[in-house]
Design a protein around this ligand. Sequence first.
Ligand code: GUN
Ligand code: ZN
Length: 434
Amino acid sequence: MTQVTAYRAAILHSLADPARVGLDASHAYYEDGVLVVADGHICDIGPADQVLARQPTNLEVIRFENKLITAGFIDTHIHFPQTEMIASYGEQLLDWLNNYTFPEERKFADPAHARRVASFFLDELLRNGTTTAMVFGTVHKASVDAFFSESEKRNTRMIAGKVMMDRHAPDYLLDTPESAYADSKALIERWHHKGRQLYAVTPRFAPTSTADQLAVAGRLLQEYPDVYLQTHLSENKQEIAWVKELFPERKGYLDVYDHFGLLGERSVFAHAVHLEQEECERMGETDSVISFCPTSNLFLGSGLFDLPRMEAHQVRVGLGTDVGGGTSFSMLQTIAEAYKIQQLQQHKLHPLKALYLATLGGAKALSLDDRIGNLTVGKEADFLVLDLHATPLIQARMKNAHNLFEQLFVLMMLGDDRVIAETYIYGDCCYRRH
Ligand code: GUN
Ligand code: ZN
């Protein structure tokens, strides 16, 4: 028999982009709400009195005090192999890669190491309320097998791929165009649409792939039109100058990817901090996606991402932690830094816009908004129970928060993993804070 469970608490979820429909129409909020879940999907939601009146009287209802239910967070850019090198001191992008990142990624030649880190990483995501992420592996095929195996065990909806990298990295981390093609193809065949798993073709960034290898990435996208592409773009000024030296025949950084057919609605470019006008236009024209990675952009000293500028070009944007260039797994902390980055540019990031970016906007960025991103009926039941009294300071500040807008903003500015009381995956509680 189908197990039906209802959860009663305040409920908030995103319905649309506030930039398109205004703040009021962008969300639904039920101060005393009920969410009903069956077979891993949302089957009812609304004010408690209305939902309970139309559900069977013997419905099992789990009630929460001082909690807020919302959709699971979506992290559109993160590196699982960099989990144990987060917070590495002192460098900007290119030296940080050479001094810290590449030696760390070498360890993933050992499948047992990959399995252990993948397991820890996924548990850490769930502890932080992240239920879907777009994830880099290493160059080693087995790193991605390990990741998907652990994700499948937890039934999490994840997108991941094997790094393609055939130059400008230590020999021990290089593949070739041929091996990258064969390994990526085998992983696509094994994992894409296996349960909730999805594959992303993953050239690391233009400097570490030859033209031949970028052509292979384009070929894979043609052969498998519904796989994703993930890479990095215009993160750091030295990096951009290097790409221009390596590809003098191209108009600029984005044009390198464009030339090899890598732009499109399932292509997610991390950072895009320093785009030129023409590049913004091309991102919009091709419906390509940007992952905005605030803690990483600050930690690596990369620059300030201009969110309104990208939106003016109709570019979809999601939020990313970019661990280990980023300094937190928490999407709440990521939002706090996104807010400050917009402040430095005289822009405001409204908490309802931030909620959208971390949930439904992330789902739209990953073309998964028909399945996840909010709590409308029929969606997969990935949701969170947030604790409005998570810490003494948050509890004290909440007494002084007089409406939803203020409560949400306090959670975003002061919150982190401690705010996540419970995380549900496909209707099952898979994390509960002690
Ligand atoms: N550019 C190429 N590789 C990386 C990486 O691992 N992290 C970040 N932040 N940028 C990159
Ligand atoms: Zn990255």
